[in-house]
Design a protein around this ligand. Structure first.
Ligand SMILES: Cc1ncc(COP(=O)(O)O)c(C=O)c1O
Length: 400
């Protein structure tokens, strides 16, 4: 067993930054009041909550602090936006467009609405991993009420032309929601510049703790609340607010924004080192969505023909490396990633996908260690695969 531990799965989650933890702790211990109580402890908590809201609103370019709703996670923000916006004002039918490579936190509520009277179009991205504005224009209808396209894809890291898509949606009278769980803090994010009506965020992707999130909802936009009860968050999200979590989220976001001018290029250089190193050393490996016009600095996704993603992951884990594969093991069946299939990746190759995502504590040595470890792992797995020669012959033929 190895002692070395290299974390390369920052798109799955990040460690909480110590500065974030330091900022939030007093709101768990000393200032623990319920932000809705009228006595001093409550007023202190409420002040901290509203201060956090203002800081988040400022960071994302919102017009007003009350456009920010604190939630428990990105999934809650997505569910609230999809269901709450589609069913606003008692609506029970209409047309919804979601991109086919959304996170399941968007797809599942859309599919549920599809069983309840709404019509859902899943818009495929192009092979470069981008939802093309012409394709959205063709899919929009007079009865389209909501369009949801993620800002940055969590598996392949491609960035979508949200401002253009929002303009098209608005021209046809539809709202535009974007899932920005992977982009907030990582690249410029400004709700006014993007022109979105709603946006979802997740705290644990930006070095705040798990169980924190936020939803941007443009002022004046009607939305049926998803969580109902005590009417907190201006009646849009009931439940006693997680004040410490809100403080953590605001602090984490400010740190991301402050450090991005140096951190963005650093991560992009590490990503390029990884991509060049992996493609140069592993025969037939490919970078997914290699032609994307804009990609996130911290995510790279590869297909490595002839190996199963899970086997690769377990061998890397044994060497102390944490990475991710596109295929998810659910109820015993190995399903290839819907994201890779949506960009035209053949099923047999989608099974051999590897997502590497970099972050605040990733070093060149970490990337080099992954490469050194991966090359012999892939060799070994390919030698054990009786179909490998055939797969590669097909590839060589396709290249001719
Ligand atoms: C694009 C995207 N949306 C939504 C989520 C869900 O966020 P959370 O884990 O905070 O519920 C994730 C997390 O993996 C994500 O990557």
């Amino acid at each position: 067993m190895t002692e070395r531990s290299v974390y390369l799965d920052y798109a799955a989650t990040t460690p909480a930054d110590q500065r974030v933890v330091d900022a939030m702790l007093p709101y768990l211990t000393e200032h623990y009041g319920n932000a809705n109580s009228m006595y001093r402890l409550g007023r202190d908590a409420s002040r901290a909550l509203e201060d956090a809201r203002e800081r988040v609103a400022r960071a994302i370019g919102a017009a007003r602090p009350d456009e920010v709703i604190f939630t428990s996670c990105g999934t809650e923000s997505d569910n609230t936006a999809i269901i709450g916006l589609a069913t606003a004002a008692g609506r029970t039918s209409g047309h919804i467009i979601v991109s086919a490579f959304e996170h399941h936190a968007v797809l599942e509520p859309a599919w549920r609405l599809g069983k309840q009277g709404f019509e859902v179009t899943e818009l495929p991205p192009r092979p470069d991993g981008t939802v093309h504005p012409d394709d959205l224009a063709a899919a929009l209808r007079d009865d389209t009420v909501l369009v949801s396209v993620m800002h940055g894809n969590n598996e392949i890291g491609t960035v979508q032309p949200i401002a253009e898509l929002a303009t098209l949606a608005h021209e046809r009278g539809a709202l535009l929601h974007t899932d920005a769980a992977q982009t907030l803090g990582k690249i410029d994010f400004d709700v006014a510049a993007l022109g979105v009506d709603a946006a979802s965020f997740s705290g644990h992707k930006i070095y705040a703790p798990k169980g924190t999130g936020a939803l941007y909802l443009k002022g004046g936009t009607r939305m049926t609340p998803y969580l109902i009860g005590g009417g907190q968050e201006s009646k849009r999200r009931s439940g006693t607010q997680n004040v410490a979590g809100a403080v953590a989220f605001a602090t984490a976001l400010e740190l991301m924004d402050a450090e991005r001018p140096a951190e963005g290029p650093r991560l992009a250089a590490l990503r390029d080192r990884l991509v060049d190193g992996l493609l140069g050393r592993i025969e037939y490996a490919q970078l997914n969505a290699a032609d994307a016009p804009v990609r996130l600095p911290h995510i790279a996704n590869f297909v490595i023909p002839g190996v199963e993603g899970e086997a690769m992951l377990l061998h890397l884990d044994a060497a102390g490396i944490a990475v991710s594969t596109g295929s998810a093991c659910s109820s015993g069946s190995l399903k290839p990633s819907h994201v890779l299939l949506s960009i035209g990746c053949p099923v047999e190759f989608a099974h051999g996908s590897l997502r590497v995502s970099l972050g605040r504590y990733t070093t060149e040595a970490d990337v080099d260690y992954l490469l050194e470890t991966l090359v012999p792992v892939v060799d070994r797995l390919r030698q054990m695969n009786p179909l490998y020669e055939k797969m590669v012959a097909g590839l060589a033929g396709a290249a001719d």
